[in-house]
Design a protein around this ligand. Structure first.
Ligand SMILES: [Zn+2]
Length: 259
């Protein structure tokens, strides 16, 4: 169910449920994908999960405002800085906590939201350390469904990056009329390091931040030209399935007393 469709007088009955807040962005996605890509993907995963969960969980609208300052060299990107994004998430969570909700899941669809998103849940949890029944969770769809995403048939890319094979497949599935596949080109950076990968093709052991204009001329990474609708459907199904499974587990979650 959607919180926005309820009356405020219903809130007291709903506060025992898990609340899911999908996090998106509005930023450049190469020459071939719409700037709202991450919000569309996060919104669709949430829509599928909500359809499956029904009254089991409460969904908020997808937050389109993201932390995308590393994309701002590409005009059209609309972003808030990391400190403002942390504050925004903290205030949204505090509204929910004030209403009585005690299990909040931030379901992320944009890489730039990871660092401030994690900071926000840690800050709020520390602020409420006298509230042991408060549980906060954060994950990105490619993280919660990492094994299932890697198992999708036909994918050449092992990692989800940006305006890449995976994201392009998902928008092809969802809004094909918005994809310019003929001009889909992404950067593949021939960079050798045992420690980190500039184009996110391997897991990093060292964090080395670069802005997107320092990495890609088009703004995309990888091989978006390999995208298909079928891969997109498989990715949505994988992500939504894991979100449903986690929300059900989170709803049951025990409250562990300090040992
Ligand atoms: Zn994206």
């Amino acid at each position: 169910m959607h919180l926005g469709e309820q009356k405020w007088t219903d809130t007291a009955e709903l506060k025992g449920k898990v609340v899911v807040l999908p996090l998106g962005s509005l930023e450049q996605h190469g020459h071939h994908l719409p700037m709202l890509t991450d919000s569309m993907i996060g919104g669709e995963i949430a829509r599928r999960a909500e359809a499956e969960l029904g009254d089991e969980a409460v969904f908020l609208p997808t937050l389109w405002t993201g932390a995308s300052d590393h994309h701002r060299a590409f005009p059209g990107t609309v972003s808030v800085s990391n400190p403002i994004y942390v504050r925004l998430l903290v205030d949204l969570m505090e509204s929910l906590i004030g209403a009585g909700f005690r299990r909040i899941f931030l379901l992320n669809a944009h890489g730039g939201n990871i660092t401030p998103g994690r900071m926000a849940i840690y800050d709020v949890q520390i602020q409420h350390r006298d509230m042991p029944d408060l549980w906060l969770a954060f994950s990105s769809w490619w993280q919660i469904a990492e094994a299932q995403v890697a198992a999708v048939e036909g994918l050449q890319a092992k990692m989800v990056t940006h305006a890449c094979e995976q994201e392009t497949s998902m928008i092809l599935r969802l809004r094909p009329e918005l994809v310019r596949l003929a001009v889909a080109r992404g950067a593949v950076i021939p960079f050798e390091s045992a420690f980190y990968s500039l184009d996110f093709q391997r897991p990093n052991r060292i964090d080395v931040p670069r802005t997107f204009d320092q990495m890609s001329e088009t703004g995309a990474i990888g091989h978006p030209e390999l995208a298909t609708r079928e891969k997109g459907e498989a990715l949505f199904a994988a992500a939504a399935g894991e979100v449903v499974a986690f929300v059900r587990e989170f709803a049951r979650g025990e409250t562990f007393p300090p040992a």
